[in-house]
Design a protein around this ligand. Structure first.
Ligand code: SF4
Length: 242
């Protein structure tokens, strides 16, 4: 089936509008400060939310400040986060990353200075820290009060984007980020990107699961490549109007 395209509309808008009918608005309510969001995101990779939130709260309870975590004896952080995925790597990277922030920010453990940078400069600043890739960097920039226009691409968002036909399945997170950010309409706010993340993640968790997606119940099945709709080259060529 050939899609009928209105090229004034980004395919991300079509996808977003379909998911809003299922999940309703997903606007930010509570935000962690940037350093806390970094800690939360660094320990969250590839772990279920319930497990990584519990680990985050154990860290919060154990350390009065994040500076205290930097000074923690060997093994303490690992013990507190031992049930997340890749705990050894994360326990090694976390104090190191926080220490580097102190060193690079005049011994202040703060990321507030990122608000003065352009999006990609701020993202690369964060990606210069150990254990911080594009997903963690985008989550700090978008989820925290920095409130910047970065789309957080976790495994659910990546899977939905790929199945829907917006990106090739072979893309890694960095390529997926670049390709999807190119589809973001200029008028979209950071809150719109926050909402898109949670809508796509919700779909990935509830219907577009890794195994056996429930396409019959999915609001996107009328335009989804995986569900049998041929993806037009026009969609992939879509660019925001300047
Ligand atoms: S139609 Fe099926 S494959 Fe496509 S996004 Fe929905 S659940 Fe996923």
């Amino acid at each position: 089936m050939q899609l009928s395209l209105d090229l004034a509309t980004s395919p991300l808008e079509t996808l977003r509008d379909g998911l809003l009918k299922t999940f309703g608005p997903q606007r930010p309510t509570k935000r962690l400060d940037p350093v806390s969001q970094l800690v939360r995101s660094m320990i969250g990779g590839r772990s279920p939310d319930a497990v990584s939130w519990a680990a985050y709260h154990r860290l919060r309870d154990r350390f009065a400040t994040w500076e205290d975590l930097v000074e923690a004896p060997d093994g303490v952080v690992l013990e507190l986060i031992k049930d997340v995925t890749y705990p050894e790597d994360k326990a090694r990277h976390l104090p190191h990353a926080l220490r580097l922030i102190q060193v690079r920010s005049g011994w202040k453990l703060s990321l507030d200075h990122l608000s003065e940078l352009e999006l990609d400069s701020a993202r690369w600043w964060l990606q210069g820290l150990p254990g911080v890739g594009v997903k963690v960097a985008a989550s700090v920039l978008n989820f925290s009060p920095l409130n910047m226009r970065a789309l957080v691409i976790d495994t659910h968002v990546h899977r939905v984007a790929s199945r829907y036909g917006l990106i090739p399945a072979s893309y890694d997170t960095a390529h997926a980020y670049r390709a999807l950010m190119d589809l973001v309409p200029d008028r979209w706010t950071p809150e719109d990107l926050y909402e898109l993340h949670w809508l796509m993640k919700g779909l990935g968790q509830l219907l577009c699961a890794q195994h056996a997606p429930r396409c019959g119940a999915c609001a996107l099945n009328g335009g989804c490549a995986r569900a049998g709709v041929a993806r037009s080259a026009d969609i992939l060529a879509w660019k925001p109007r300047r």
